[in-house]
Design a protein around this ligand. Structure first.
Ligand SMILES: Cc1cc2nc3c(=O)[nH]c(=O)nc-3n(C[C@H](O)[C@H](O)[C@H](O)COP(=O)(O)O)c2cc1C
Length: 172
């Protein structure tokens, strides 16, 4: 499987990336091709609702930024993983922007399954992100939810959480 991870954390050594790396290690060990994109390193604008993409059958976005590199990667993936720290009970801006920029092509029929990885300071702060993921991705795209993983406080960067994500990767 081609697995693409959209990582919305700015910290390459933080708990979100720690879970992403453990998941990727497990998935690669069982033969999957995993690519991780750290969105904070890139220039991704918010959708400006110009509707260029919906004139005729273009399905192309008019904004010339790094999303143009991500589009073809999404459209050749079998699985898409969304990873983010919780900022104000939600996903971070670059991940929100990347998700909303898929408005240009609509539903990526190549994607069979998705997963969500979240890190936070407190517990019970995930409802907003999970609501968006379940409605805006899983239900809207008609894909299988392979799993939702969260870590807060002491769980962040713990061996137990790392192993949970590693085993998830191996289970694919
Ligand atoms: C701007 C900002 C907003 C945050 N909002 C929340 C929040 O609403 N709830 C929470 O539990 N943690 C919140 N946090 C804490 C982060 O979610 C937490 O530190 C997380 O583990 C960071 O993960 P990372 O280092 O992998 O990016 C916030 C942090 C920042 C910088």
């Amino acid at each position: 499987m081609n697995v693409l991870v959209l990582n919305g954390s700015p910290h390459p050594n933080g708990p979100t990336s720690d879970m992403v790396n453990a998941f990727s290690k497990g998935a690669r060990e069982v033969g999957h091709n995993v690519e991780i994109i750290n969105l904070f390193d890139l220039d991704i604008a918010e959708c400006n609702a110009c509707e260029y993409c919906h004139q005729g059958v273009r399905n192309l976005c008019s904004i010339n930024d790094d999303m143009q590199v991500i589009y073809p990667k999404i459209l050749k993936s079998d699985m898409l993983v969304f990873a983010s720290p919780i900022y104000y009970f939600s996903l971070t801006s670059p991940l929100q922007a990347a998700l909303r920029r898929t408005y240009s092509f609509g539903i990526p029929n190549n994607i069979q399954k998705t997963a969500l990885i979240l890190s936070s300071g407190a517990s019970n702060v995930y409802d907003g992100a999970i609501y968006q993921y379940k409605n805006g991705v899983v239900d809207y795209w008609g894909v299988d939810d392979a799993g939702i993983f969260t870590a807060h406080e002491f769980e962040n960067k713990s061996a137990q959480k790392r192993n949970e994500l590693y085993e998830f990767g191996r289970s694919l």
